[in-house]
Design a protein around this ligand. Structure first.
Ligand code: TTP
Ligand code: MG
Length: 373
């Protein structure tokens, strides 16, 4: 089936959150600032609403510069960042999106990819309806606008979302992707930073279309085979990256400081067992299994060392965590002779959601655990 991917990126996110909290800010320049605290005006602009952007304010700009630009606009406001407040709003928006995706991958506080292939049965017109509904829902529930791109892969969906901001909705069908990309500046291509852009410019390449026409073997000589292959595929709008559910990327981990620096396994293992109990409880309550178990030691010189083991099958077994940490700790310590351990940590990764139906792996895991006794 044709893959259908939606990219959602909130418009001027922190600034919109500030306008939501205080509606009297709407229509005025809003510049969200990271104050460094040294002087009243030292620090940088985190983001600005579109009113302020139209006047020339940009993310990353020094605060004094933004204030100078806005000196003839006494109605301007310069709130400091409030991450806790923005994350609450972000969490609620991601929840709204989660219901509307087969798979949701959150990229940042204000951006996510949705794989909707199955629910729209590979049909872009249905996806456009879904995207319209999604924008309306976020506006109705949270009062915020976003820009959305719909395409056959993450790369094209992201570039579609970025192409019309704020409050945009852009569909790029597979047969349109070349025409969509080719007039754009190479700097718009995901993964092309300032350096690559400058190098491409010296080759006379300014647009994505020009890069698409450029000889691939020549590109390989200049940028190495991997980057050349990426650039060439990207100019053709080709991108096979899957949308990966957040919980598969996530880890569950905890680290604690030992009462005393030590290398004694008899002292460290009970601490690891406590951590195992803790992490096991978390994995249960999140409804996930794990495939990888890792031990991290921070030594008295503050150097950090880790060892992990990937299991042949995913598991939810607490005994497995204990067994693996007993196996890994001596190997880890042997690699760092002569130093005491100051902090010890345990981590579960390779997470996957436990679905309603118990799969075969559960049966297999239960039987291996039982055998071990
Ligand atoms: P972006 O999505 O890059 O920017 P934005 O949402 O403010 O504006 P738009 O998407 O409409 O272009 O980043 C999301 C948030 O991350 C942004 O609201 C504030 C924060 N941020 C910074 O703190 N510093 C930065 O340099 C950037 C780019 C973003
Ligand atoms: Mg944004």
């Amino acid at each position: 089936m044709q893959r259908v991917i939606i990219c959602v990126d909130m418009d001027a996110f922190y600034a919109q959150c500030e306008e939501k909290r205080n509606p009297s800010l709407r229509g005025r320049p809003v510049v969200v600032c990271v104050y460094s605290g040294r002087t009243e005006e030292s620090g940088a602009v985190s983001t600005a609403n579109y009113v302020a952007r139209d006047l020339g304010v940009r993310s990353g700009m020094p605060i004094y510069q933004a204030k100078r630009i806005l000196r003839d606009h006494p109605e301007s406001v310069f709130p400091g960042v409030d991450h806790a407040y923005y994350s609450q709003i972000s969490d609620r928006i991601m929840e709204l999106l989660r219901f509307r995706a087969d798979i949701l991958e959150q990229m940042s506080v204000d951006e996510a990819y949705l794989d909707v292939t199955t629910r729209v049965e590979g049909d872009f017109d249905s996806a456009l309806m879904l995207a319209t509904d999604l924008k309306e829902t976020i506006l109705r529930e949270e009062g915020l606008t976003c820009s959305v791109g719909v395409a056959a892969n993450k790369l094209a969906a992201k570039m579609a979302a970025d192409s019309k901001k704020p409050d945009g909705l852009t569909l790029v069908k597979p047969e349109e992707v070349l025409n969509f990309l080719s007039p754009m500046s190479v700097s718009k291509l995901y993964g092309v930073g300032i350096k690559t852009e400058a190098r491409l410019r010296t080759l006379g390449i300014k647009t994505i279309g020009e890069l698409a026409q450029f000889d691939v073997s020549r590109l390989s000589e200049l940028f190495g085979r991997n980057q050349a292959a990426y650039l060439h595929a990207a100019t053709q709008g080709v991108d096979e990256e899957p949308v990966v559910a957040d919980y598969e990327r996530k880890q569950i981990g905890r680290i604690v400081t030992l009462k005393q620096n030590t290398r004694e396994p008899d002292v460290i293992l009970p601490v690891l067992d406590n951590l195992a109990e803790d992490l096991h409880r978390t994995s249960r309550s999140e409804g996930v299994r794990f495939r990888s178990i890792g031990v991290t030691a921070i030594m008295e010189d503050l150097s950090i060392h880790s060892k992990s083991k990937t299991l042949p099958l995913e598991t939810e077994s607490r005994e497995e965590i204990n067994a693996v940490s007993r196996e890994l700790l001596p190997i880890l310590l042997a690699e760092i002779p002569g130093l005491m351990v100051r902090r010890i940590g345990l981590r579960l990764a390779g997470l996957s959601k436990i679905s309603g139906q118990a799969p075969l792996t559960e049966f297999l895991n239960t039987s291996t655990t039982t055998q071990r006794g």
